[in-house]
Design a protein around this ligand. Structure first.
Ligand code: SAM
Length: 347
């Protein structure tokens, strides 16, 4: 693939090495963040995500190969993608993860490479990830209590996740975040305990709204705990909260006075930050999604396997993103969900 480097006016966080113009949509938004789901299988069975027996996981040959992912990274970096996140499924189950991270880090234009993981296998792999050049890890952890961990994930393993978290904090990986799906009458009493983790650690604890994407509806929306309520509870229970800066998706960001880390609230369902979205999602089976709630998918995998040229692939990304709805409500209102579970999309 021939890459002709040309300087373009960057949007914030966009690489100045884009060989082609950035990916944009009809509302003038530009996309510089690619989330790649590496697999669908997971070693947990979180109640709000999947049934105990799992879902109809696709066979390995339906998932993108290492080479196909390399190609996507290279081509999208040419169009201004500067941040990549590997997710899943359980991305740590993929043997090529260190190579993928290294490849992404060495791709011209890519400035940061992140991982989203349930943390079960993290403790043993942290060194490999560090050596590969990983810049950030988001660890999904909904409770600090072993008995509740078993209820929500249907597995044991809180100690393993906490060990992974500790090693991640001790590593040179600079951005460490904990993603907590906050749920009524399940973990809404743990906000202060989670916030306390930010006292001595420069990490961000993010409370995220439950989303109704699980087609099996194992855990119905009765557990929904809205972002505004989370913020109120935090303010009531943690007295010395001060406003702080955060990433685009972080709605309300705080620092407890004197603490090293930050606490944030993400309105994943309320979607009042939707309009600022800068993400492109690639499912494990190689479909481009222009929104987490999108009902339409673009089959990149088959196009690549049928010999699509770089130009054609570039066009597929551009056309898909151009059609993005103004917000996730518009996308959701288009019809029936294509996906059974977040494990296929990567969150
Ligand atoms: N298995 C990895 C993990 O747990 O981090 C990566 C994939 S998982 C699908 C990504 C994120 O999606 C996790 O933080 C998980 O809690 C979140 N998630 C899954 N289903 C969700 C739902 N219905 N509502 C809100 N978050 C959800």
């Amino acid at each position: 693939m021939e890459v002709i480097k040309q300087k373009i006016q960057p949007m914030s966080g966009t690489s100045i090495y884009s060989a082609h113009s950035p990916i944009s949509d009809q509302f003038g938004r530009q996309f510089n963040y690619l989330r790649i789901a590496l697999n669908e299988h997971c070693n947990l069975r979180c109640i709000y995500c999947m049934p105990e027996e799992g879902i109809a996981f696709r066979a390995e040959d339906k998932l993108l190969t290492t080479e196909e992912i390399y190609r996507v990274i290279e081509l999208t970096a040419r169009m201004g993608i500067s941040k990549i996140r590997f997710t899943g499924g359980a991305p740590l189950l993929r043997k090529d993860l260190p190579e993928l991270i290294r490849f992404a880090r060495n791709t011209v234009g890519v400035e940061s490479v992140h991982l989203t993981t349930n943390g079960l296998l993290l403790g043993n792999k942290i060194e490999q990830l560090e050596n590969a050049g990983l810049t950030g890890i988001n660890i999904s952890l909904d409770t600090l209590k072993p008995e509740k961990f078993k209820i929500i994930t249907r597995r044991d393993g809180l100690n393993l996740v906490l060990d992974g978290l500790k090693k991640a904090i001790q590593s040179t990986i600079s951005s460490i975040k904990i993603n907590v799906v906050a749920m009524r009458d399940f973990n809404d009493d743990e906000l202060p305990q989670f916030a306390a983790l930010t006292r001595d650690n420069d990490i961000t604890v993010r409370f995220i709204e439950l989303m109704p994407v699980d087609s099996h509806q194992n855990w119905n929306t009765g557990k929904f705990f809205g972002a505004d309520h989370m913020v109120n509870d935090l303010k009531n229970q943690v007295k010395t909260l001060e406003s702080a800066d955060g990433s685009k998706t972080e709605h309300n960001v705080f620092r407890i006075k004197g603490y090293l880390g930050k606490v944030a609230v993400i309105p994943a369902y309320s979607r009042n930050l939707c309009g600022e979205c800068n993400r492109i999602r690639l499912t494990a089976d190689g479909k481009i999604l222009n929104c987490l709630y999108s009902q339409e998918e673009t089959n990149l995998r088959d196009a690549m396997r049928n010999g699509a040229s770089d130009k054609e692939i570039e066009k597929m990304f551009r056309n898909t993103m151009w059609k993005k709805f103004q917000d996730g409500w518009g996308a959701q209102n288009q019809g029936k969900d294509q996906r059974e579970s977040m494990t296929q999309i990567g969150g």
